[in-house]
Ligand binder design. Structure first.
Ligand SMILES: NC(=O)c1ccc[n+]([C@@H]2O[C@H](COP(=O)([O-])OP(=O)(O)OC[C@H]3O[C@@H](n4cnc5c(N)ncnc54)[C@H](O)[C@@H]3O)[C@@H](O)[C@H]2O)c1
Length: 279
């Protein structure tokens, strides 16, 4: 099926890698023009090229998700490039303060830091780093809010009905699915989604979240490495389907939530998670 987003304009934060990139490509396949926003300009440009090679329309915007000015300029750039905004996907996210998508060493360092508490796990709670907490909440939660505010302001100005899709996580509901600040930030994204759904419903703007399980992107690459080195596979034990999902699995979920097929969904979270939440 094609054309499910014909004549629609989508803004995708975190569009330079992983889930955001797959969503940009998937949306373009269905006819949307896409503004790809990311802090990694080179990767964002690659996404734009992928969309254009497939015959779609895309532009890159250099975004730091924590900046109100950047978010405002991003929404303005989408309107100037494509005329309006119908769909917003907020995929920009980090797992820890030093996260830079594709920097495996920083992720392994974060994982090694967590292992330091193996003998006295409870101590990890009072000793959790405040700067890390602030940065993760800032990017994941405040960044999501800022993108939503900047884009919905334009949608309301133009009287455009539409769909916002946030990226939460299974970690929004399950404390074992990520580090402290990450799980709390994603629980915040989930409540932000529900609150915004109620506040924006009168304007015909729907707001839903995706809460993916473990997806095969830069964000989870370090887990594979640890598993290989340790000769264990905890993920396989946690996921009934036995493997990670692919970015396109999440893009398809985002497509459903972005399109009119989900017209009666708002304030909902969908969990493409390979069965993680079957317990
Ligand atoms: N991969 C998973 O298993 C998984 C599971 C649940 C939720 N998620 C969420 O999905 C979203 C996408 O993650 P992914 O797995 O595709 O990882 P990813 O690293 O491939 O993509 C994250 C993107 O966000 C961008 N980004 C980071 N900080 C930014 C900032 N300050 N401003 C603008 N862009 C910034 C990165 O450059 C990158 O392109 C994230 O919010 C993540 O928390 C991922």
């Amino acid at each position: 099926m094609t054309g499910r987003l014909t004549d629609k304009v989508a803004v995708i934060t975190g569009g330079g890698n992983g889930i955001g990139r797959a969503t940009a490509v998937r949306f373009a396949e269905e006819g949307a023009a896409v503004l790809v926003a990311d802090i990694q300009a080179d990767r964002g440009a690659e996404t734009v090229a992928l969309v254009q090679e497939a015959g779609g329309q895309a532009r890159f915007f250099s975004l730091d998700a924590v900046s109100p000015d950047d978010n405002d300029a991003m929404a303005q750039a989408a309107v100037e490039a494509f005329g309006s905004i119908h769909v917003v996907v907020t995929a920009a996210g980090i797992t820890h303060a030093d996260y830079s998508s594709g920097d495996l060493e920083a992720d392994l360092k974060m994982a090694a830091g967590a292992m330091e508490y193996a003998d006295e796990p409870a101590r990890a709670f009072p000793e959790s780093d405040l700067d890390n907490w602030r940065r993760v909440i800032d990017v994941n939660l405040t960044g999501t809010l800022l993108a939503m505010q900047a884009c919905t302001a334009r949608m309301l100005d133009a009287g455009t009905r539409g769909s916002i899709v946030t990226l939460a996580s299974i970690a929004a509901k399950h404390p074992d699915a990520g580090p402290l600040a990450y799980t709390v930030s994603k629980a915040g994204v989930w409540m932000l989604t529900k609150k915004a759904a109620r506040m924006l419903a009168p304007a015909g703007i729907r707001v839903n979240a995706i809460g993916p399980g473990f997806i095969d992107t830069n964000m989870t690459a370090f887990i594979d490495l640890i598993e290989t080195e340790a000769g264990i596979s905890p993920l396989a034990d946690m996921i009934p389907l036995g493997h990670k999902g692919q970015p396109r699995d999440i893009a398809n979920c985002a497509l459903f939530l972005a399109s009119d097929e989900s017209a009666y969904f708002t304030g909902e979270i969908l969990h493409p998670d390979g069965g993680f939440f079957t317990e």
